[in-house]
Write a new protein. Structure first.
Length: 88
């Protein structure tokens, strides 16, 4: 079985516009998410996948007009914390 990064790279190479790493933001202060992003960037740097400009444009169409919050700010944002509180 491959890693989450292997799966993400395979999905991106297959044409997915984005990948998700769910339910990891509360584990070790979000360290699994940081590790995932670092490994995904390393995979890009070694040529395992290349961002698709068309994919980026489609993804941006789905997002609100406001810029996304940096990860460290998101972790303490009221709306994010409220959503986490609702998890079973």
């Amino acid at each position: 079985m491959g890693s989450a990064v292997d799966g993400a790279v395979a999905a991106l190479n297959a044409g997915c516009d984005l990948v998700l790493l769910c339910n990891q933001s509360l584990v070790d202060g979000g360290q699994p998410v940081d590790d995932f992003l670092d490994a995904l960037a390393a995979a890009e740097a070694r040529g395992a996948w290349t961002p698709d400009e068309r994919s980026e444009a489609r993804r941006l169409e789905l997002l609100p007009a406001a810029p996304p919050l940096p990860w460290d700010e998101l972790m303490v944002h009221d709306a994010y914390r409220h959503a986490l509180d609702r998890l079973p």
